[in-house]
Design a protein around this ligand. Structure first.
Ligand SMILES: C[S@@+](CC[C@H](N)C(=O)[O-])C[C@H]1O[C@@H](n2cnc3c(N)ncnc32)[C@H](O)[C@@H]1O
Ligand code: SF4
Ligand code: SF4
Length: 317
């Protein structure tokens, strides 16, 4: 099936690197314009505020669109842009118990959750040997949820890939390598497998990523970029209105950029998902975000995340 992403990847394959931006500008002038930061900020600022006001103003229940559930808080990666890389001070080790995992999934099943569920957050999901079983269980309970997963691929084998793929609507393999080489022999097998199984192209994205680059500040915690562009301070961030991030302990972080779990908005060991989502702590963050955007929120004011709200993804299986 045709998509923006596959077209973009095709351009990348046929074009020398230096010509890619020109091709993109020709094909998608609107997107090229939004590469200019000031233009993008102005659009996101206007749209997010309006969207958040509409979302909270209707009197109905605020829907959860995105859930990240981290089952173990470790990564084996060395990405200099990421606060949880192995060279950073490590979080207190935590691995979610199976009992808590089932409680959370059953709670979501009771809500007939139909947003995106990702069984990772700030970690490498394949460090948890239960990850495929967890996907199997969650799929059986949540037929309407969209399952997405990101991995650095280093622990992935072709066998595991074939086993997990029926449970995923979207899989991103982040192959971090400054020379654009495939990192492991197993990843090479997966790459070749994908060439022969074009039907997976829409769901699986093998991304050649640079290991050393400067990306977002992540609330000021990215090791190679702490300072945000001060213009983002005025932008209402959509995440408190649509995302919930669950740590292996069951505690709830501010968002996916609160990588070290510095905020705790609730605890699913003792509370239900909706209790936390509608709690006074969450509401206070949303009120503040709507009133003054990021200015008075210590982590947010250092955050240069400049995305628009997420439109829920459609199931791909
Ligand atoms: C935190 S990782 C977790 C999953 C897995 N370990 C991986 O790298 O794909 C999820 C995504 O966050 C991205 N990421 C990490 N730090 C970032 C930053 N400073 N700015 C933008 N994206 C970042 C990663 O590149 C990856 O695509
Ligand atoms: S981006 Fe992913 S692989 Fe890299 S350090 Fe962060 S969690 Fe690990
Ligand atoms: S502004 Fe950044 S830190 Fe604050 S909620 Fe949004 S993504 Fe998270």
């Amino acid at each position: 099936m045709f998509s923006f992403r596959t077209l973009k990847e095709s351009v990348k394959k046929v074009c020398p690197d230096f010509l890619v931006p020109f091709f993109h500008a020709l094909l998608w002038p609107g997107r090229a314009l939004r590469k200019i930061k000031a233009v993008n900020y102005a659009i996101v600022r206007r749209r997010n505020k309006k969207w958040a006001e509409l979302r909270t103003g209707g009197g109905g229940k605020l829907r959860i669109d995105l859930i990240e559930l981290e089952t173990v808080n470790r990564c084996n990666g060395i990405c200099p842009f990421c606060p949880v890389n192995v060279n950073q001070p490590q979080r207190k080790y935590a691995k979610m118990s199976e009992e808590l995992f089932r409680k959370i999934i059953d709670d979501l099943a009771g809500m007939d959750y139909s947003g995106r569920l990702a069984l990772y957050s700030n970690n490498e999901p394949f460090l948890d040997e239960r990850i495929i079983d967890f996907h199997r269980y969650a799929n059986s309970k949540l037929p309407n949820a969209f399952f997405g997963l990101y991995t650095n691929g280093t622990l992935l084998t072709l066998e595991k890939f074939i086993e997990i793929i029926p449970y995923l609507d979207d899989l991103v393999i982040d192959n971090y390598n400054d020379n654009k080489e495939i990192n492991t022999p197993e990843l090479r097998k997966i790459y070749d497998y994908l060439q022969q199984h074009k039907e997976l192209n829409e769901r699986v994205h093998f991304w050649f990523r640079l290991q050393n680059e400067v990306l977002f500040t992540r609330g000021g915690r990215a090791p190679n970029k702490a300072e945000s562009d001060s213009r983002t301070v005025d932008i209402v961030c959509s995440l408190p209105f649509q995302q919930m991030v669950i740590r292996p302990t069951g505690e709830i972080s501010l968002c996916c950029n609160d990588a070290l779990g510095e905020y705790t908005l609730g605890d699913l060991k003792t509370q239900s998902i909706l209790e936390v989502w509608e709690s006074s702590k969450y509401q206070a963050i949303r009120r503040e975000m709507l009133a003054n955007a990021r200015k008075n929120l210590p982590m947010c004011k250092n955050c240069d995340r400049d995305y628009e709200y997420h439109i829920p993804q459609k199931k791909r299986r």
